[in-house]
Every structure is written in C-alpha cells, then in structure tokens.
Design a protein around this ligand. Structure first.
Ligand code: HEC
Length: 182
C-alpha cells in the first residue's frame, strides 16, 4: 500500500515538473514567441540584453548576424522593443534563472492566453494579414469584449503579422483537420 502511494506521488511529481518545464507542450508547431527565441540563443549576456533600451530597428540590427531566420529576428526585435528594459533588481542575477517564467511575456503567450477563449486557434493561425489588418481584426465589434492594453495589442499584432499564416504542413494533421471542420 505504502509503495503504491509513493509511486503515485512520484508520478504526480514527475508530471508536474514536466508540465512546468514544457509550458508550450502541444504548441511546438507554432512559431516561437520572442521570449522563447531569446532564451534559445543561450547567450551569456541575457541580463544585459534584458536591461537595455533599444528600438525595434536597433534590435533587428543587433541580431542580424545570428543563426536566426529573418522572421525570428523580427519577432525577437518587436518583443524586446516592447518589453525591455526590465529594471535590473526585478531579475535574478544568475543567467541560468533567466527563463520565460521570469522574463516579460511575449506575443505568442498573449495569443495563447487570449485568442482561444471564444474560438480555436484555427481562426487565427491560417490567416495572412499585415499589421494594420490584425489591428482591425482584434478591434472588430466581435472582439470588443477583450480588454487589451496598448502593449498587449502590439505584442499580439507584431507576433501575428510576422508569423502567420502557419504553413499547413507544420500543423499536426489531426489538429489541422479540427481547424478545417468549422
Ligand atoms: C470575445 C470572444 C472572442 C475572443 C476572445 C477572440 N475572438 Fe476572434 N472571433 C470572435 C468571433 C465572434 C468571430 C467571428 C466573427 C468575426 O469574424 O469577427 C471571430 C473571428 C476571428 C477571426 C476570423 C475572421 C475571419 O475573417 O474569418 C480572426 C482572425 C480572429 N477572430 C482573431 C482573433 C484573435 C487574434 C484573438 C486574440 C486577440 C481573438 N480572435 C479572440 C470572437 C472572439
């Protein structure tokens, strides 16, 4: 009996630990948001970057010669320009602790949180719109109920205009079918 309890507790622990580490589980097919891109670079100067004030264009130049794709550079630059600088005393000093749990949230995170409340992501990820068209969409009458401040709106429209539509090949088949069925 005792042994079984232990196993259950251990399984639960592993499940929770896994769940925290894999916050984006199930969304791997979606283009990464700025924070995921930033932390995936494994840079030792993360703390400096997070406390630096630069414009979008300046950030784009800064990351131009990295292994990132053009879309990733743009996504990252838009994120950093909107969310940085963070005051140094609000961040852990150890670079290993600078994860997306402590860094400011990015456009993908707002989309995942806000844009699946009334309909599925299928309404969102297959659309091709520019910045203005996304602004119009989220400002539409049907979207009046959503309360977004200016920064969250900008995070959403920059992320979406750079990264949408997601190519159908990138989306798991069963998910794509569910997107198409309504
Ligand atoms: C309060 C409910 C609600 C939320 C939250 C919501 N939507 Fe919608 N959305 C709707 C409704 C209702 C429609 C269908 C009517 C329409 O097209 O405006 C829709 C349709 C859409 C469409 C399809 C329009 C078309 O031409 O087919 C897009 C794109 C869209 N939403 C984007 C978003 C995004 C991005 C977010 C997150 C910021 C979001 N929605 C969150 C209610 C919502």
């Amino acid at each position: 009996m005792k042994k079984i309890n232990l196993i259950v507790i251990l399984a639960l622990f592993l499940f929770l630990a896994g769940g925290l580490a894999e916050g984006f589980e199930g969304y791997e097919w979606m283009p990464e948001g700025g924070c995921q891109i930033l932390t995936s670079l494994n840079r030792s100067d993360l703390l400096t970057l997070a406390t630096t004030n630069k414009t979008e264009e300046e950030w784009e130049k800064f990351f131009a010669d990295t292994e990132l794709t053009e879309e990733q550079v743009k996504t990252l630059a838009a994120y950093l320009a909107l969310q940085m600088p963070v005051p140094k005393n609000k961040l852990p000093p150890n670079v290993k602790e600078l994860t997306c749990d402590v860094l400011p949230y990015d456009g993908q995170m707002v989309v995942l949180k806000v844009c699946q409340n009334c309909h599925g992501l299928g309404q969102v990820v297959l659309q091709e719109k520019d910045l203005t068209a996304w602004y119009i969409q989220i400002g539409a009458r049907s979207h009046n109920e959503i309360e977004l401040d200016e920064k969250d709106s900008q995070l959403i429209v920059t992320y979406l205009s750079i990264n949408m539509p997601v190519s159908e090949e990138a989306i798991p088949e069963a998910l794509l079918e569910s997107f198409m069925s309504y």
